[in-house]
Write a protein that binds this ligand. Structure first.
Ligand SMILES: Nc1ncnc2c1ncn2[C@@H]1O[C@H](COP(=O)(O)OP(=O)(O)OP(=O)(O)O)[C@@H](O)[C@H]1O
Ligand SMILES: [Mg+2]
Length: 303
C-alpha cells in the first residue's frame, strides 16, 4: 500500500523548550489517522510543520514521496488544512471565501463550490456575511475551505470544535466517503469517541514523541476481554460462580469476569442458569480509545 504522509525524526524547539523530540509516523493512502495527545503535546505544531508553516529543528516530512520544507512546498498544492481556528473575513460571505481559494476552470470552480456547500450543509447561510456566523458556522466554512479543492491529503485540527451532533455526524460521513475515494486524513480531536467512529490509524503523542502507532482495530481488541453480568440475585450468582471455580474480578460492584479462555463466559452463564439465577444482562467492557489515552498519559507521568 502507498504511503501518503511520512514524518521522520521531527524535532522542534520554541526557544529553549523542546516540544517535538523525534516524531515518527506514517499514514497510508486513503486512511484516516487520529492524532491524539494531551493539551500542549504538540499536535498543532506537528500539523504546522507538515504544512511548512513553521521552521523545525530537524526531521523530514514527505508527502506522496516528495520532501516538503519551508522552501520546497509544491506538494502542498495537494493538501487541504484547517489548523486551530479558521481565518474568516467578517465582511465577505461564505461563498466569497470559497471563491478566494477555489481552483480550476469556471465550470470546475462552480462544481467544487456547489459540492462543498452541499456536503457541509451550508446552503442556508453561504450567501450571508461571515460576521453574522456562529462558532459552528465558521468552523464548517473553515473545513469547507480545506476540502474545497478535493486535495489528496487533508489535515484537520480539532474539526469537531463547535459543531452540533448532527453536524458532527455529517462531517464524519463526508470524511469517510472521501477516504473511501482515496483521500488521506490526519485529524486531531479531543472528542475521542468521535475519532473512534472515524479513524483507522491511531497516533498517540506524548512527551514529544509518538508513543504508539496502532490501528483502531488492534486498540479495541487489545488486552483481555472483560464481561459484566447483571442478575436479579448478585449474591446468589457470586456464590454459584465461586462454587464452579470461576474467578470474579475483584473491586467491582457488578459481577465482572475476564475471558481468559474461549469458553469462560459460556461456563459462567451455565453456572448461573443451573442454579436458577435470572440473568438480566451481559455486557462486554470495551477497551476503548479513551481508556488507552488515559493509560498513555498515566504512564508518561510515571516516568
Ligand atoms: N509560537 C509558539 N511560541 C512558543 N511556544 C509555542 C508556540 N506554539 C506552541 N508552543 C508551545 O508548544 C507546545 C505544543 O503546542 P501545540 O499547540 O502544538 O499543542 P497541542 O497538542 O496542539 O495542544 P492543544 O490540545 O491544546 O491544542 C505547547 O507547550 C505550547 O506552549
Ligand atoms: Mg492544538
Amino acid at each position: 500500500m502507498a504511503t501518503e504522509l511520512k514524518v521522520k525524526d521531527l524535532h522542534k524547539f520554541f526557544g529553549r523548550k523542546q516540544v517535538l523530540n523525534g516524531v515518527d509516523f506514517t499514514v497510508e493512502t486513503g486512511h484516516i489517522a487520529a492524532l491524539v495527545g494531551p493539551n500542549g503535546a504538540g499536535k498543532s505544531t506537528i500539523m504546522k510543520a507538515i504544512l511548512g508553516l513553521i521552521t523545525t529543528n530537524g526531521g523530514e516530512v514527505t508527502i506522496a514521496g516528495h520532501a516538503v520544507s519551508i522552501t520546497s512546498h509544491q506538494e502542498l498544492d495537494n493538501v487541504g488544512a484547517l489548523i486551530e481556528y479558521p481565518g474568516i473575513y467578517p465582511f465577505l460571505t461564505g461563498r466569497q471565501h470559497l471563491d478566494l481559494f477555489v481552483t480550476g476552470t469556471k465550470a470546475v470552480k462552480k462544481a467544487k463550490i456547489d459540492w462543498v456547500v452541499q456536503a457541509m450543509q451550508m446552503g442556508g447561510y453561504i450567501d450571508t456575511k461571515a460576521k453574522s456566523y456562529s462558532l459552528g458556522m465558521k468552523q464548517k466554512l473553515g473545513i469547507a475551505q480545506a476540502l474545497l479543492n478535493r486535495p489528496k491529503l487533508v489535515i484537520l485540527d480539532e474539526p469537531m470544535n463547535g459543531l452540533d451532533p448532527q453536524a458532527v455526524k455529517n462531517l464524519r460521513d463526508v470524511i469517510v466517503s472521501l477516504a473511501k475515494g482515496g483521500t488521506t486524513f490526519l485529524i486531531s480531536s479531543h472528542i475521542l469517541s468521535e475519532l473512534e467512529k472515524l479513524a483507522d490509524t491511531v497516533l498517540m503523542l506524548n512527551g514529544g514523541r509518538i508513543v504508539q502507532q496502532t490501528t483502531m482495530h488492534e486498540l479495541q481488541n487489545a488486552g483481555t476481554k472483560v464481561f459484566t453480568i447483571h442478575t436479579v440475585d448478585d449474591e446468589g450468582a457470586r456464590a454459584a460462580l465461586i462454587n464452579q471455580g470461576i474467578q470474579i474480578l475483584p473491586g467491582n460492584k457488578t459481577i465482572a469476569i475476564a475471558l481468559t479462555e474461549e469458553d469462560s463466559l459460556d461456563k459462567a452463564l451455565r453456572a448461573l442458569i443451573n442454579v436458577n439465577v435470572t440473568i438480566t444482562g451481559v455486557n462486554q467492557v470495551k477497551h476503548d480509545l479513551e481508556g488507552s489515552f488515559l493509560d498513555m498519559i498515566k504512564s508518561g507521568e510515571a516516568k
